[in-house]
Design a binder for this molecule. Sequence first.
Ligand SMILES: [Zn+2]
Length: 318
Amino acid sequence: MIYYRELNLDRASEPRKNALWVEQQWTRQHCRVFVLHSDKSLMRWRDDDLTSAEAIHLPQSHVSHLVEEIEQLVFMGLDEHGPLFALDVSHHSDEHLQSLLGASDGDFIDLRDVAWQIDAQQAAQLAYARGLLFWNRHHRFCGLCGSTTHSEYGGHMRRCGNSSCGRMHFPRTDPAVIMLVEDCSDPARPRCLLARNSRFPNRMMSTLAGFVDPLESLEETVEREVFEECGIRVDRIQYQASQPWPFPSSIMLGFRARAVTLDIVVDGVEIEEAHWFDAEQLRSFGEWGDGGDNYSLPRPDSIARYLVESWLQDVQKN
Ligand SMILES: [Zn+2]
């Protein structure tokens, strides 16, 4: 499964350009609101063991007093029950936040720590809300003239307030490639290349990844990143799947590639270690977050995990 995909919302891309229409959605009876604070979402645990959580969306009437300016709000879309908005309370006082938390029986939780413990559709909705609010928070000034911008289109466009500029700014999505490199030189024992980035927690190993440079095809990025990070040359680069990754603003484009050379040379800075692993070794990996000395798999919500698991399935078949 690939998380954060298949958001089941009518984004109402055309109607949301009309401020009056957005205002009408905000005051509709069944309008619901996701509340986020500094990228964390209001959620509650469903059990004492902290194994299952749920997103909290509040009726508009419960949070309207927290809306000081329309800039804090983003219109997300319409589902079968009505409109959904996201509200950013990052700048609210502790007093306000405590009353909100007390009334909702919830807490601000990082979606990335619990995505596989909540409903998949809720995970997609919260990821979408987080990405949009992050973009609005980080684009308060025009990149061209430095004047302040203001939110329009229900939070999906920011216009420069300088009348001689007036530039329209839209959310951007940065493409990044992520690839599972396989060694097929011994058909009886295929292996895949996994590496440990210096930023990874504990002993997690993952596939290689990197951002697309200007004027680079996706295949060229795969070739360059694998060579830069591990000194391996690849061919037979095949697209697998993609994953929206609004942390803060990417899309991950998943590939599989065949190694042409096998000697690993890591840079020792970004990549601390990298090794070839066969299927049996991979199955002995621990679960992400378990701790201990064992190597662990990538986070369950990442497309890296999907690439590893689908490779294992394919290897098992053959
Ligand atoms: Zn401007």
